[in-house]
Write a protein that binds this ligand. Structure first.
Ligand code: ADE
Length: 381
């Protein structure tokens, strides 16, 4: 567009078909234009005495007046505004002043909202399956969905805490992708992995919860004739070897333990009287992660013997590795849906929904404590 586009044409030269602002739908556009012009220093030309004309608006005749505006650089724009609106506000100059005040207030308000959003810490919550994040999405308020590389992230508030929730899909690679996008786009102050797992500790039953005090990738190994050696991957930047076991910060672990004492969990019912008879247990333990659904006594024994793992799943330590490499605190919460043995597939089908809810409840409790801690910061920190 050249500068001539801003030159005012004489009113008489305008054709009747020239677009004019005569209906409600167009009025916001005029206001946005005025907003913009007000920002770049517009003043009304003294010669631009409102000139009335009658234009048809929908089913109604509306009296309009033409308003010419000249920018500080001399460019002129012309608008036809409903006259009644201008008359209601008195002189045009007064209307412009009010308009500028409103604009400044609106800008200040948006700046305040933006500042609050960017300075308030946000907790990221990642689950592999829809059911693992469903209860958390339901409990959240003001959720806004944002798709990044096709992955949905729901940002809102959970238990008073600013939170972003995402579904990773299953397995270590998907988990690493979601974790990386989360860290890069939301800069969370902590990442919580939530969901179900297969139990390995014989003292734990379906429905019990494991707060991971350590996570380990059970398939990040060197296989030799002499046996299996677990080794961390090398950090891609520093070249240093990652630890085999990733740990949450003590503060986050403590918050999770505390939350577990405050949350009512759902008992998992078995018809034959199995796990129903015990109340839900929450332990701090070791969660082993690998790209395998474990439904084998042999494998569960191996994971227990080699790693002393309490539960096995397919994402936790992958997220923990990404968080470790980016320096973001991470904790993994799991509720047992099965015991990783021959009946694991059927057990999971039967108990996964309730187990997912129990894990989500604990995450809710963690967010609540984080939100409360934010209001009354620990003086030692
Ligand atoms: N998630 C839930 N149960 C599991 C199992 N048995 N193995 C791996 N991941 C799981």
């Amino acid at each position: 567009m050249n500068a001539d586009s801003f030159e005012k044409e004489p009113a008489s030269a305008r054709s009747d078909t020239e677009p004019t602002v005569t209906n409600e739908a167009q009025a916001p556009k005029v206001q946005s234009g005025l907003l913009l012009l007000a920002l770049i220093g517009v003043h009304r030309r003294p010669s631009a005495v409102p000139e009335s004309s009658r234009r048809y608006r929908g089913s109604d005749w509306l009296e309009t007046c033409n308003l010419e505006l000249e920018t500080s650089r001399g460019a002129v724009a012309e608008f036809a505004l409903p006259k009644r609106r201008i008359e209601m506000k008195g002189k045009t100059m007064l209307a412009r002043k009010r308009f500028t005040v409103l604009l400044v207030v609106a800008l200040l308000k948006s700046a305040a909202v933006w500042a609050a959003d960017t300075t308030e810490p946000i907790t990221a919550i990642l689950g592999a399956q829809t059911r693992e994040i469903a209860a958390l999405r339901e409990e959240s308020s003001g959720l806004k969905e944002r798709k990044i590389m096709g992955i949905s992230f729901w940002e809102g508030r959970l238990a008073g805490r600013r939170a972003v929730i995402a579904r990773m899909s299953g397995g270590k690679v998907n988990a690493a992708l979601a974790a990386t996008l989360t860290v890069e786009h939301f800069r969370p102050s902590e990442v919580i992995v939530t969901g179900i797992a297969g139990g390995l500790n014989p003292e734990l039953k379906v429905g019990d919860l494991v707060i991971a005090r350590q996570t380990v990738q059970h398939d990040m190994v060197r296989l030799q004739a002499s046996g299996i050696e677990h080794r961390g991957a090398r950090h891609p930047v520093s070249g240093r070897r990652n630890p085999v076991f990733f740990e949450p910060p003590a503060r986050l672990l403590e918050i999770a333990r505390r939350a577990a004492t405050q949350i009512p969990f759902l008992p998992i019912g078995l018809e034959d009287g199995g796990p129903t008879s015990h109340s839900v247990r929450v332990v701090s333990g070791i969660v082993a992660t690998g790209d395998a659904f474990v439904a084998s006594d042999g494998k569960r024994k191996e994971l227990r013997d080699l790693l002393k793992a309490d539960a096995v799943e397919m994402e936790g330590a992958a997220v923990a590795q990404i968080c470790f490499q980016f320096g973001v605190p991470c904790i993994v919460i799991r509720c047992l849906s099965d015991t990783a043995d021959q009946t694991a597939v059927e057990d999971l089908e039967q108990f996964a929904d309730i187990a997912a809810i129990n894990s989500a409840r604990l995450v809710y409790g963690i967010c609540k404590l984080l939100a409360e801690g934010e209001k009354t910061p620990n003086p030692k920190e």
